[in-house]
Design a protein around this ligand. Structure first.
Ligand code: FES
Ligand code: MG
Length: 586
């Protein structure tokens, strides 16, 4: 298709070439000419392609996109388009206080305004660090103009004394080493920093690698591109190809709603299990689906994902890191294995115009230590189980990360093999937990179940990654290293703890956790998928009335205007933590 042919559907023409409104056309033109573009170019009928730039000095994980955008521009120009790069509100997972997830919806909202309100015919979404990927895909879903994602790629592998050190995951180990006196503070910092040897996002299977893999599984990135490490030359090449491709996508009018169908989401759920993906994935995929109007429920994760085996051997569930994942074949090799088991909707269309089946049909595994064949997995049943009861409407648990110690201690009663009961220990937010966890007066023992509430989208605005709590030091000294943890917050994708997470509705929305008290008996049954306070109905009613009289569960004051605005309209984690009114705009 020749690109200089004028096409009526190019929305940028309403700005730059509108014969019905010469005044405004002139105004729009003169200002976009002022940095050197010509009238000839802007009225040529060439697609105007936005590059939504998430890299900046504040966002080190995505900073390499500043370099990659140069190659994207070359691709766009070569394919007959005009590139216009613009900044996206920064979201740096490790740098933003109180939590980066507060900003996912803010970046979403501002990007929707940019995509809707400016003369853009298509957009390249520069994704990478945890929340940047969902924020940009959510905005593309709402505005639904042709869009293609470009991952910045993971960092190179980290190394320390001949061993791989992975982002985030190394911190847990370094803490133990410092506590044992094997390293001092300086050694601690050096060990942690060794995991970040180059530009790029976290090299473990945390939320970043998860969401970038799922963006490819959804069909929104060029096949094979998600796993390419940031500094590799292949990354520069795929940036150029992404630029080339978006121009054709505009001519073909290939939109996010054509790619991200329910089938594509089910593919992503299965890929998430196979890669050992983050427990943050259900939140973000639900959000993207809701902005598209695609039906996707929290139950779909158990129905379609739970029994899929773990194939990818990356930290924290396994041994390897991002470079190894790429060399072993990346997402296409994983999809190919799932295809062989009939677990992929092969007709789902992707941004290159082909189906996922066509893209991945011949993708072989190059290193079976890193990506295992379907019939020889690392673990069976690598997805999530969805629990329900009087404690919450729903919460998820990643069964595949249950340790032998945990299984032995809590799940080995022959009469009741997948269930346990315990005494609830309740913390209100991370500060309360840190202040009291080691206090002997709490009387925590191996029959305790730790609860974290006040950590959901409203309670701790944006929802904190704090549910995986360590046991008190006096128990650790006795060899009890992990207690069951339940909460209305999230858990870092780099943590391998078997927690019950994302409980919805949260305490701050007056869910069941709000009336739980320390000392209550609770029962978790992983077979029946239930989680309950063992209290008579009239006691539950009495507590609910009490809570209502007290004006509901109390949470800390807002610190910024955005915290207050978001708290007023945010959905619960099982509903994607989206801004509820925004779902109406499709
Ligand atoms: Fe940015 Fe992990 S902190 S990707
Ligand atoms: Mg995180």
């Amino acid at each position: 298709m020749s690109s200089d042919q004028k096409r009526p559907f190019l929305r940028s023409r309403a700005w730059f070439d509108n014969a019905d409104n010469p005044d405004m056309t002139a105004l729009y033109l003169e200002r976009y000419l002022n940095f050197g573009l010509s009238q000839e170019e802007l009225q040529s009928g060439k697609p105007i392609i936005g590059i939504a730039q998430t890299g900046s000095d504040l966002s080190p994980c995505n900073r390499h996109h500043i370099e990659l955008a140069k190659r994207v521009r070359e691709g766009i120009r070569e394919a007959g388009g005009i590139a216009i790069e613009f900044p996206v509100h920064p979201i740096q997972e490790t740098g933003k206080r109180p939590t980066a997830s507060l900003d996912r919806n803010l970046a979403y909202l501002s990007l929707v305004e940019v995509l809707y309100g400016y003369p853009l015919d298509g957009v390249v979404l520069t994704i990478g660090c945890d929340k940047t990927t969902p924020a940009l895909l959510m905005a593309a879903a709402t505005v639904n103009i042709p869009a293609i994602a470009l991952s910045v790629g993971p960092m190179l592998n980290g190394w320390f004394r001949g061993e791989r050190t992975g982002s985030g995951t190394i911190v847990w180990k370094a803490r133990e080493m410092m506590a044992a006196g094997e390293i001092d503070y300086e050694g601690f910092v050096r060990l942690v920093a060794s995991s970040a040897p180059s530009t790029g996002y976290c090299n473990t299977m945390g939320t970043a690698t998860t969401m970038n893999s799922l963006a490819e599984a959804l069909g929104m990135q060029l096949p094979g591109s998600a796993a390419i490490p940031a500094p590799y030359r292949d990354r520069q090449e795929v940036a150029w190809r992404t630029g080339l491709r978006i121009v054709d996508m505009v001519h073909e009018d290939l939109k996010p709603s054509d790619v991200m169908t329910r089938e594509a989401f089910l593919n992503a759920i299965r890929v998430n299990s196979a890669i050992g993906g983050s427990t943050n994935a259900p939140i973000h995929l639900t959000a993207i689906a809701r902005h598209l109007g695609v039906e996707l429920s929290i139950d779909d994760w158990q129905t379609h994902g739970e029994t899929v085996p773990l194939l990818v051997n990356l930290q924290p569930a396994g041994e390897y890191l991002g470079e190894d994942y790429y060399h072993a074949g990346g997402v296409p090799a994983v999809v190919n294995q799932l295809m062989s088991a009939g677990l992929i909707h092969e007709d789902a269309k992707t941004v290159n115009g082909k189906t996922i089946g066509e893209n991945c049909g011949t993708a072989a595994i190059a290193d079976e230590k890193v990506i295992r064949p379907f019939d020889n997995p690392l673990r069976e049943n690598a997805g999530f189980r969805v629990l329900k009861g009087n404690l919450f409407g729903s919460a998820i648990m990643k069964l595949s990360v249950i340790s032998d110690e945990f299984r032995e201690r809590y799940l080995s009663n022959p009469d009741d093999p997948m269930a346990f009961e315990g005494r609830a220990i309740v913390f209100d937010g991370p500060e309360d937990y840190h202040a009291r966890i080691d206090d002997p007066a709490m009387d925590i023992d191996e029959n305790s179940v730790l609860f974290m509430r006040g950590a959901g989208p409203i309670g701790y605005p944006g929802a904190a990654e704090v549910v995986n709590m360590r046991a008190p030091d006096y128990l650790i000294k006795r060899g009890v290293t992990s207690l069951p943890c339940v909460g209305d917050g999230r858990q870092s994708g780099t943590s391998g703890s078997p927690s019950i997470l994302n409980a919805s509705p949260e305490a701050a929305a007056n869910g069941g956790l709000a009336i739980l008290k320390t000392g209550d008996r609770v029962r978790i049954d992983l077979n029946k998928c239930t989680a309950d306070m063992l209290l008579p109905e009239d006691e539950l009613d009495r507590r609910r009335t009490e809570l209502e009289k007290a004006g509901g569960y109390a949470y800390p004051a807002h610190q910024t205007p955005w915290q207050e605005i978001q708290r007023g309209m945010v959905a619960q984690l099982d509903a994607g933590m989206v801004l509820e009114p925004a779902v109406n705009y499709q």
